[in-house]
Design a protein around this ligand. Structure first.
Ligand code: AMP
Ligand code: MG
Length: 486
């Protein structure tokens, strides 16, 4: 364990120089108070969870104090937003404080979101509101608990500093951790500004620091792009399998590491709806749940375009072509597990597709379906679930095929239940649960957000006394409008 003040910094990105980022000091927020900290994220920095009670903790993560070896910088990037190229992006309100090396030799970027204006703020105030900071905190730590690759959240601090969105709110800061904050948009920036030397410097940095396995390849750059495609195929498969909607899959919100990154108005599906649009500002549904698959490929193509000065077009095309089959294989594998199968059969894909078609329009709660399917043996479980479906004849046919499939699988019910419960969460980060704890936090009561986080950090394990978190969302809770404003 390390004392809070003695983190070891080695700021590799800062050393790339001013073409890649600009030194900027955080602008503190007034009267900082710690809202919540993640003990699991603190462990990544070798910090004792008790350090969250150290008064220095809130000071360090609200811009009031800084380690002497931190080198806060705003990174420059650009990107495609809703399909349009925007040359004018960059860290407009977040700062890379530096890179911390832990005892295991892992590097973690400390990124303070909401740290004030930077040269990339455009007309923005450089701030983040409490509501969106809490939402990002909860999602990061919940996705991690589900086993979905993601940036992490160390803590949120609240303040009395006023900020204006649709109404007056209060500024907050979120400390985000990730092995790298390089986005697809970083590469796009150097490509579209024709800084090909810097493009190569960036690529060498990323490959060296984050994809060292590619260095053994005869063509490390091509191997790198292939790996990014593979990681994204796996990531998106996990999102789809668990009903996660990102909401703003602009190429500047895509991490080069293939981890979930830059949370906006995200949602986990309640009732299954393939066309679900979680971002209230996304009029055309570009980033709807089912569009996440082609959009990820579209973003990878945008990244490939930016790499054309360094990788042959044929190799980029070949790698891009692997996305869909890889995605489909991962997705099917995950759904098989969610349905309780440890073997693979040819008809499994059709079984999954038929289930989703039956769910569509039936208002079946997506996460609860899987959990309840494992709770009892297949036949009694399906008898209880049947009433949620509209097409009963179709459901009965599906049930018969599913039961036959379970029979061939051959596991006894206790084994089937244990296997299914290990992959089907009982607790889900529902929008309405997040909304309730945000409203309490805005009144200065942080106990609800802390309790929700604690429950969600073990999503597969039943926690007596916390039954209400596992219930179906109320009607009002299914239709919350979450916008981009943050
Ligand atoms: P986001 O929608 O959070 O992914 O941000 C898109 C771009 O807008 C990034 O360059 C952000 O840094 C910038 N941005 C978002 N909100 C603000 C803000 N309040 N102040 C300054 N820049 C912002
Ligand atoms: Mg962003």
């Amino acid at each position: 364990m390390k004392p809070l003040t003695e983190l070891t910094f080695d700021n590799r990105y800062a050393r790339l120089g001013d073409a890649f980022s600009t030194p900027v000091l955080p602008e503190p927020i007034a009267e900082p108070r710690l809202v919540i900290a993640s003990p699991a994220a603190m462990a990544l920095l070798d910090l004792d969870p008790a350090e969250a009670d150290n008064p220095l903790f809130a000071q360090l993560f609200s811009g009031h104090k800084l380690w002497s070896t931190a080198e806060p910088r705003a990174m420059v990037y650009s990107g495609h937003q809703f399909g349009q190229y925007n040359p004018q992006l960059g860290d407009g309100r977040g700062l890379l404080l530096g890179e911390v090396v832990n005892a295991a030799g892992e590097y973690w970027d400390l990124h303070l979101k909401g740290a004030g204006q930077t040269p990339y703020s455009r007309s923005g105030d450089g701030r983040a509101v409490l509501r969106s900071s809490i939402r990002e905190f909860l999602a990061s730590e919940y996705l991690y608990a589900l086993g979905i690759p993601t940036s992490r959240a160390l803590c949120v601090t609240a303040s009395s500093t006023p900020v204006w969105r649709e109404k007056q709110e209060r500024a907050a800061m979120l400390l985000r951790l990730a092995p790298s904050h390089v986005r697809f948009g970083h590469f796009e920036y150097f490509f579209y500004t024709r800084q090909h030397e810097q493009l190569k410097t960036l690529l060498d940095h990323v490959v060296h620091c984050h994809f060292p396995e590619c260095l053994a390849d005869a063509e490390p750059y091509a191997a790198f792009f292939r790996t990014v495609v593979e990681r994204n195929a796996e990531l998106i498969a996990r999102w789809q399998a668990y009903g996660f909607c990102h909401g703003v899959m602009n190429s500047d919100n895509m991490s080069i590491l293939g981890i979930t990154f830059d949370f906006g108005p995200y949602a986990f599906l309640d009732d299954f709806d393939a066309q679900h649009i979680c971002n209230h500002s996304d009029d055309s549904g570009r980033y709807s749940y089912s569009n996440q698959v082609p959009i990820a490929q579209w973003n990878l193509a945008a990244l490939g375009q930016a790499l054309t000065p360094l990788v042959a077009v044929e190799q980029l095309r070949e790698a891009l072509g692997r996305f869909l089959p890889l995605y489909q294989a991962h997705y099917l594998d995950l759904l098989r597990r969610r349905l309780g199968f440890s073997t693979a059969e040819e008809q499994d894909q059709a079984l999954v597709e038929r289930l989703l078609q039956l769910m569509q329009g039936s208002a079946v709660d997506y996460p609860r379906f899987f959990r309840q399917l494992g709770e009892l043996a297949a036949e009694p479980a399906l008898r209880l679930l049947r009433e949620e479906f509209v097409d009963l004849a179709g459901f009965d046919q599906w049930s018969a095929d599913y039961c036959a499939r379970c029979h061939r699988e051959g596991a006894d019910q206790p084994a089937r239940r244990a296997r299914m419960h290990a992959v089907n969460p009982l607790y889900v980060l529902r929008n309405y649960l997040a909304q309730q704890v945000i409203e309490a936090a805005e009144q200065g009561d942080y106990a609800p957000v802390r309790e929700l986080h604690a429950v969600l950090s073990q999503p597969f394990t039943a926690q007596p006394g916390h039954e209400r978190y596992a219930e179906r969302p109320p009607q009002w809770g299914k239709h919350l409008e979450i916008s981009c404003s943050s």
